[in-house]
Ligand binder design. Structure first.
Ligand SMILES: Cc1cc2nc3c(=O)[nH]c(=O)nc-3n(C[C@H](O)[C@H](O)[C@H](O)COP(=O)(O)O)c2cc1C
Length: 176
């Protein structure tokens, strides 16, 4: 089975998740091509049986490349078996970590013409020391308002890797 795994990632966490998924799918016998949604432009979906797209949130929005891709390739995406997952820090909280309850993923699904076969939401990572001054202050403020980590010397990975593995297995098993 040929898989295309696409990601949109700014600080690398969504890419890390995609790479983990590819590793798991390869162990299960799948063939995986991994591409960056923001750098690669010409995607030929016809040589794949299954597609996974993962993207992260920055200041309330997915990268525009995500919506553009789903609009351009909507016909093929809706015929293939396809999976979408969103990555953000809101999803670190129980009750905000599903397709129905994560505001960013819910809104994206309302707007896109793509109907993914399965949808996932994963908590991302907080990398204070790697952020510039402005982002550091903004994220600290958001974390303060949402009872999160405010120590800007810290790096915290909230991603639940068991949830990532279950999602990958579910998609591997999916027969559309
Ligand atoms: C500048 C910046 C803005 C962010 N804005 C949001 C946000 O609005 N809502 C949210 O839940 N998470 C937000 N996050 C958290 C990211 O979604 C999280 O760090 C994720 O792991 C990033 O994934 P990536 O490394 O693949 O880009 C933000 C992070 C940064 C650095």
């Amino acid at each position: 089975m040929n898989y295309l795994l696409l990601y949109s990632s700014t600080d690398g966490q969504t890419k890390k998740i995609i790479l983990k998924m590819a590793e798991q799918l390869r162990t299960l016998g799948g063939q995986c091509d991994i591409r960056d949604l923001n750098n690669d432009k010409n995607f030929n979906l016809s040589s794949y049986s299954k597609v996974i797209v993962g993207a992260s949130i920055r200041y309330g929005h997915f990268n525009k490349a995500l919506m553009n891709f789903t609009k351009t390739h909507q016909k093929q995406l809706n015929t293939l078996s396809s999976a979408f997952f969103g990555v953000n820090l809101t999803a670190r909280k129980a009750g905000k970590d599903s397709a129905e309850t994560n505001v960013y993923v819910r809104k994206f699904l309302e707007k896109t013409p793509w109907q993914p076969s399965i949808v996932g939401v994963f908590a991302g990572a907080l990398f204070y020391p790697r952020y510039g001054w402005f982002d550091k202050k903004m994220i600290q403020l958001i974390m303060k308002m949402t009872d999160g980590e405010t120590d800007t010397t810290k790096e915290v990975e909230y991603t639940d890797w068991n949830k990532v593995a279950s999602f990958t297995q579910q998609f591997f098993d999916f027969k559309g």
